[in-house]
Design a protein around this ligand. Structure first.
Ligand code: 4AD
Ligand code: MG
Length: 463
């Protein structure tokens, strides 16, 4: 009977049963005594299962001995208790069917040895076969599932906001244009500028940087909603925290303020960390042992403690007085750089911290102006090892105040967004959680390029 490797290793089948597994060879060892040991993985769990193959099998000489790491096989045999250490059961193989051999074993790109993560990025099609990327894939899946169930249990609706959009939510000008024009023969006006008249969307379409504006309109009808999908930013930064294509979770709640928003962020993180600890025990044990020995403690710290909260003003005072030699200046009115964010959560607090009420000059137009007229009801959640993991705000629900922060072009483009303040406006708030940064926080992996199946970064749209 066919079984996932996980079921066998987790004791779902009693020794003595005839079992079949299908998968890929992680490694093979041939003993002088005429026995081969195959480690077979199928993606279902961290450890491969060992198949013990005797030289009495008809295809032993020709096929089993020739098997290389990466080959696809079907192994059938008796499940037996294992005498080797590190595994409880193994398969005493009665048959090994080679489904897909490895054509040039000496060149298999992800042969069993320690590869650098930089190298594995160049083998993005094969890195899922490594134990690290298998673990990342399962944890990513579990996190996504936990996010959906968190919202579902609390009465939120998942809204699929558009990927192609006309608006620049964050106003940072980091848009990828979507165009059907032939770049080799761009239609030009007399002055040399590109004539977008022939374009499918008349040059007015971009890949979304955030689903927030659109999800707000559903929030003001459905009360509690979220969007969770890919977002795109043409920011030319080669850092370990930035991708050109990343996934974002964006809840939006009506009749809510910044405090409600921070509560929601905290509850969400606590829920998903619990789920990961429960459901990905083996994978998390691997990350703890091999990648970062603080991951389990830091997830538990979020589960057990309230987030620290402080105002931006207080954060500036702390940074000014801490005696640290920062590369970038610290002054009220300036944005926090990653080094400042990390100082606050790593050295000052030691856990995630919510910074609230930033100067209006450094934040987006849609954030609600506070009574002081100088700050907006914005919040960032900063996490040790990462820096900003969540950015959010209470939204400006007052039409005139909102319009005062929009220029003429923006007002015209976002006529519908202004409409929402004209017809039944209510205080509302939301945030964006970067999914790859979340995954890095959970696994201890250092680079967001290793938290997404196929990373897209400047100069790299393929591998
Ligand atoms: O702070 P950001 O830009 O906020 C927004 O987009 C809001 N519209 C969200 C909202 O209120 N609904 O981005 C939110 C989060 C960041 O905190 C970060 O975790 C992640 O998205 N992020 C990125 N992750 C990977 N690569 C990038 N280039 C990212 N830019 C932002
Ligand atoms: Mg932000």
């Amino acid at each position: 009977e066919l079984h996932p490797v996980r079921a066998l290793l987790k004791g779902a089948v009693a020794p003595g049963a005839q079992v079949t597994v299908r998968g890929w060879l992680r490694s093979k060892r041939d003993s002088k005594a005429g026995i081969s040991f195959l480690a077979v993985h199928d993606g279902s769990c961290f450890d491969p299962i060992q198949a013990v193959v005797p030289n009495t099998l008809a295809n032993y000489e020709d096929e089993v001995l020739a098997l290389g790491t990466g080959a696809a096989v079907i192994v059938t045999g008796e499940l037996v208790e294992s005498r080797g250490k590190g595994q409880t059961v193994e398969i005493q193989a009665g048959a090994v069917e080679v489904v897909g051999p490895v054509l040039d074993p000496e060149h298999y790109p992800v042969a069993k040895k320690r590869h650098s993560f930089e190298y594995l990025r160049t083998q993005a099609h094969l890195r899922p076969r490594t134990n690290t990327f298998g673990a990342i894939t399962r944890v990513r899946h579990t996190l996504a599932n936990a996010i959906h169930s968190f919202f579902h249990e609390r009465g939120f609706y998942w809204v699929n906001t558009p990927i192609i959009t006309g608006s620049d939510c964050e106003g940072a000008g980091e848009l990828f244009r979507v165009s059907t024009l032939d770049f080799a023969n761009l239609p030009r006006r007399a002055d040399g500028s590109v004539d977008f008249a022939e374009d499918f969307f008349a040059g007015e379409a971009f890949l979304t940087v955030s689903g927030q504006l659109e999800v707000e309109s559903f929030c003001l009808a459905m009360s509690k909603v979220y969007t969770f999908g890919p977002t795109f930013r043409a920011e030319n930064s080669n850092t370990s925290r930035h991708l050109a294509e990343f996934w974002m979770v964006e809840p939006e709640i009506a009749f809510a303020d910044l405090d409600d928003n921070a509560e929601l962020a905290e509850a969400l993180l606590r829920h998903v960390f619990r789920r990961v600890l429960e459901e990905c025990e083996d994978d998390m044990a691997f990350f703890q042992q091999r990648i970062d020995d603080t991951v389990l403690a830091r997830l538990q710290a979020v589960i057990d403690n309230r987030f620290e909260r402080m105002d931006y003003g207080e954060a500036i005072r702390i940074l000014e007085g801490c005696g640290e030699n920062f590369e970038f200046p610290v002054r009220w009115g300036l944005d926090l750089a990653s080094e400042h964010e990390r100082y606050l959560c790593e050295k000052h607090v030691g856990r995630p911290v919510v910074i609230a009420n930033y100067p209006k000059g450094i934040k987006a137009f849609y954030m609600r102006l506070n009574d002081d007229g100088e700050t907006v009801a914005a919040m960032d959640v900063l996490a040790p090892g990462i820096g900003e993991i969540i950015g959010g705000s209470q939204r400006e629900e007052r039409l005139e105040v909102l319009e005062a922060r929009m220029d003429a072009t923006l007002k015209e483009e976002l006529w519908w967004y202004r409409d929402l303040r004209r017809y039944g406006t209510v205080p509302h708030a939301g945030f964006g959680l970067g999914f790859e940064r979340l995954l890095n926080y959970v696994t201890g992996m250092e680079n967001v390029r290793d938290a997404i199946p196929f990373p897209r970064t400047p100069g790299n749209a393929h591998f």
